[in-house]
Design a protein around this ligand. Structure first.
Ligand SMILES: [Zn+2]
Length: 264
């Protein structure tokens, strides 16, 4: 069985088809889908999806790409959703890819999410691109997370993994491991402890490369969905040098531990 540790079912490109998407996922033995909101505007949609589908586990947070959308009372709104629903926190984090990004604001917003995770004892779904030094600094300052968290679609160096694990973080691997040139991700997969990795699709993005056949131009239009998780697992297991069954059992049990406090 599988748990998709990070996806976005609220996304406008797929929102209308969620009942079918959940049905197809169940057929592929994807039991739960952890669906992360990304800004206040999609908190309500994410909450509704979780109410309508027992398999959808909600997370509420503000993604570092969408800080322009923050309302004056975003903290209040976030807390209202978090306390009303059995939910995780996220997607939140740091993304310094765009040089013009307001890094100070990102740090302030992300730190608030980290504080909430500690206060409310919720798992946190974290996005880090480029901001690794800052992230490690914040982690060292706060100490190990009280409730476990995950780094989604891990893109960092394999050398950082022991430190992240000591801080009660899990590493989540996505369709990015299926890219033929995914050398760094594959090295990370080899470095992570067996009891510290989980799997995700990041639906509707990160369509797995090795599922794409025929016309390369069609790649852009492909929308990912949680039913693709077993196919990602198959490639990831091979690249991790582990048998499929063993790999999948580890990933499933690890997600159960990680999300224990919010699973039904
Ligand atoms: Zn995401």
């Amino acid at each position: 069985m599988f748990i998709d540790s990070h996806c976005h079912l609220h996304d406008d490109r797929i929102y209308g088809q969620v009942p079918n998407i959940v049905g197809r996922a169940k057929k592929e033995r994807v039991l739960y889908m952890v669906s992360c909101a990304t800004r206040e505007e999609n908190f309500g949609k994410t909450a509704k999806l979780a109410r309508d589908h027992g398999a959808v586990i909600p997370c509420f947070g503000i993604h570092p790409w969408f800080l322009d959308s923050l309302s004056e009372n975003w903290q209040k709104r976030l807390e209202t959703f978090l306390t009303a629903e059995g939910s995780g926190i996220g997607e939140t984090g740091l993304d310094f890819t765009d040089k013009r990004a307001d890094q100070d604001l990102q740090i302030r917003v992300f730190s608030h999410h980290l504080d909430l995770a500690r206060q409310l004892e919720r798992p946190i779904n974290i996005h880090i691109r480029k901001g690794w030094d800052t992230f490690i600094h914040l982690l060292k300052k706060s100490g190990p997370l009280k409730t476990p968290g995950l780094i989604h679609s891990y893109s960092g160096s394999p050398d950082m993994i022991p430190l992240l694990e000591r801080h009660n973080l899990y590493l989540s691997f996505s369709g990015a491991v299926t890219r033929p040139n995914a050398k760094k991700v594959v090295r990370a997969l080899g470095a992570v402890s067996r009891d510290r990795f989980v799997l995700e699709t990041d639906t509707p993005d990160l369509y797995p490369t090795l599922l794409i056949s025929g016309n390369k131009n069609s790649k852009k239009k492909r929308l990912n969905e949680p039913k693709n998780l077993p196919a990602i697992a198959q490639i990831a297991a091979k690249r991790a040098g582990m048998g499929f069954e063993e790999f999948v059992n580890h990933a499933y049990n690890n997600s159960l531990t990680l999300f224990e406090s919010i699973l039904p």
